[in-house]
Ligand binder design. Structure first.
Ligand code: BG6
Length: 490
């Protein structure tokens, strides 16, 4: 299957923080992959901007190295790489001062789409927005892309929205949540709204519960100073897991249109019930000592504050208070240093109301629809069938398994990275997969009381072993409702 490359007009993209980790790991390699796919038209420019004094040649060398490291071999074409490097430029800039701004303004060419990617600390968002405005780069053709974290609570998110709104209209602001750029996450909307099959069952009458899991094997490594101020709740739940929940729980929008989709997601966030403290478990990973080996540091060794109460794991139960979901709990969990890297949404259906089969002849299990985000993007529906063979009517559960890569042939195996897809959406001016200001604020309004509760109670996370499934109490969260978490495995 040949994937469609949707053409865009020539554009200028300025990447602030162009020497940083995200730019080198994701943004620049992603842009090269789009160039390789023929999606970046002639006449476009990519301008790196950062504090480091260097010239365009040095920036090209840095980008060449980033491509070598982060782009698959099949796309490492010498001539293409050189052609891509030719559209790069660089300006040394002071986000808080005047240096570099006139030079940047002179490079940004009139008559094109201008996108400004703020891949910098959130504390600089306001400075950049204000200077873009002052230097006449905030016209109607301009878009700004802001990374998470978008605030650290409702108050700071509101302030940040107000700062950006002083210089840009909402339709020019692209708040990135890279989970929305993942292939399977978008597929969730296709599966739900392009098939009649699921919709009649998509409610509390037929769905027993929903589990959303984002498990990682990595620790917080070199990110301790950022992460310790955030924790899993701010780093993952308030944004990524919340977005997944929205896509599962939302009503069908009247059209696949940015505001129609975001209006429906907003309704879900607003309908989220406050979470009881007894419905949340927090954890913090322990180190792992291996005989004769270096071992793995524990959370408290990865951060400066040896008494840190920040969580690297969280599991919680919440409800969406509306007609569709009354009585169907949503269980969310995410953590670092767990036993496998896997992200999935599992929708467990209720048992049939009456069984015509003898209990003894069936290994009864509920139907489960598993949507795998990573690795091995795909879907899997577990159904009951008759066990093959002459043994009479014995029932067993089997998976109807669909791997997107297999189903879509070679191109499917080459699914674009979330960042490259989202950057091209910015250029096209499509905000569907970006968070609107009111959505982010509503998400914080739900998160704030939980975070404040921990502080007020002096709540401490429970230790859990690196390589495990998380703290014991997280199992109890499900057990006490007569349910079980799915096993964390790749
Ligand atoms: C980021 C978080 O937003 O998402 C990280 O800050 C996390 O802590 C990452 O590791 C996970 O993203 P992915 O795409 O690897 O699942």
């Amino acid at each position: 299957m040949v994937s469609r490359v949707i053409p865009v007009d020539p554009f200028d993209l300025v990447v602030f923080g162009a020497t940083g980790d995200l730019a080198n790991r994701k943004i620049l390699p992603g842009l090269y992959r789009r160039f390789f796919a023929g999606q970046i038209p002639e006449g476009s420019q990519i301008i790196g901007a950062a504090r480091t004094e260097m010239d365009a040649e040095a920036f090209r060398a840095q980008t060449r190295a980033a491509i070598t490291e982060h782009v698959g071999k099949a796309k490492q074409d010498k001539a293409q790489i050189e052609a891509f490097l030719n559209i790069l430029d660089y300006v040394a800039i002071d986000a808080k001062g005047e240096a570099g701004w006139a030079e940047l303004a002179a490079k940004v060419q009139p008559g094109k789409v201008h996108a400004f990617y703020f891949s910098v600390a959130p504390a600089l968002f306001g400075d950049l927005a204000e200077r873009l405005h002052r230097n006449k780069m905030a016209g109607p053709e301009a878009r700004i892309v802001v990374e998470k974290p978008f605030g650290r609570d409702l108050e700071t998110a509101r302030a940040l929205n107000a700062t950006l709104a002083a210089h840009f209209d909402e339709h020019q602001i692209y708040r990135i949540d890279h989970y929305l750029g993942k292939e399977t996450v978008q597929n969730l909307m296709a599966v739900r709204f392009a098939n009649i099959l699921f919709e009649p069952l998509w409610n509390s009458q037929y769905i027993d519960h929903v589990q959303i899991t984002v498990a990682e094997t990595v620790g917080i490594g070199g990110r301790g100073s950022y992460y310790d101020k955030s924790g899993a709740m701010r780093d993952m739940v308030q944004n990524h897991l919340m977005q997944l929940l929205c896509l599962i729980a939302m009503e069908p929008p009247y059209h696949f249109d940015p505001d129609a989709v975001r209006d429906e997601k907003l309704k879900v966030i607003r309908a989220l019930q406050p979470v009881q403290s007894s419905d949340i478990v927090r954890g913090q990973y322990l180190g792992l000592k291996r005989k004769g080996e270096e071992g793995l540091a524990g959370y408290l060794e990865d951060v400066e504050d040896r008494n840190s109460k920040t969580e690297s794991y969280i599991a919680l139960k919440t409800h969406v208070a509306n007609w569709r979901w009354q009585g169907t709990p949503f269980y969310l969990r995410t953590g670092k240093r767990l036993r496998a890297r896997t992200s999935e949404i599992a929708i467990t259906f209720k048992q049939p109301p009456h069984s015509i089969f003898d209990e003894d002849d069936a290994d009864w299990r509920e139907n489960v629809l598993v949507i795998r985000l990573q690795p091995n993007e795909g879907m899997n529906l577990k159904v009951m069938i008759k066990e093959p063979g002459p043994g009479g009517m014995r029932l067993v559960q089997v998976p109807l398994d669909m791997s997107f890569a297999e189903a879509l042939g070679e191109d499917g195996a080459d699914i674009p990275d979330a960042y490259e897809r989202l950057i091209m959406d910015v250029i096209r001016g499509n905000q569907t997969l970006f968070m609107r200001g009111d959505e982010v604020e509503a998400a914080w309004a739900w998160t704030d009381p939980i975070l404040n509760g921990w502080v007020e109670r002096g709540d401490k996370p429970q230790p859990y072993d690196s390589g495990s499934s998380g703290p014991e109490d997280a199992l109890m969260l499900m057990h006490r409702d007569g349910r079980r978490w799915r096993e964390i495995r790749e």
